[in-house]
Design a protein around this ligand. Structure first.
Ligand code: ZN
Length: 119
């Protein structure tokens, strides 16, 4: 990592942030699954059941988002020797962007292109 635009300290702090974020999601999920098994004990009336369905949908959406975040973090940690550089074009991702989200593995340009492809 010669001439890396980030300092070793910055890189290390980003790595810790990634791990912290990953563990946070995993812990939150463990707690959430405990809540659900508690709720299953109740016999809900139809109104409650509708509410429960809504909550379930919300939870699923959130879980999909978390899954994606976990994937991004795993990817960033796996390719950590290239941390801070765009996975697509090799350009610097930029300190500000990494502060916003250390799991970013693409520069603004490549990310924009990718998001257009998805839509
Ligand atoms: Zn790029």
């Amino acid at each position: 990592m010669l001439d890396h635009y980030l300092t070793d300290e910055q890189i290390e702090s980003f790595r810790l942030k990634l791990i912290e974020k990953r563990d946070g999601i995993i812990n939150a999920r463990r707690l959430a699954s405990q809540d659900i098994s508690m709720e299953g004990m109740k016999a809900p009336d139809p109104v409650d059941r509708a509410t429960q369905q809504e909550q379930e949908d919300g939870r699923m959406a959130l879980e999909r988002k978390d899954d994606k975040t976990l994937e991004e973090i795993a990817f960033a940690l796996k390719n950590f020797e290239d941390f801070g550089y765009c996975h697509e074009c090799g350009e610097e991702i930029g300190y500000e962007r990494l502060v916003y989200n250390p799991a970013f593995t693409m520069c603004v340009d490549c990310k924009t292109i990718e998001e257009k492809k998805v839509r």
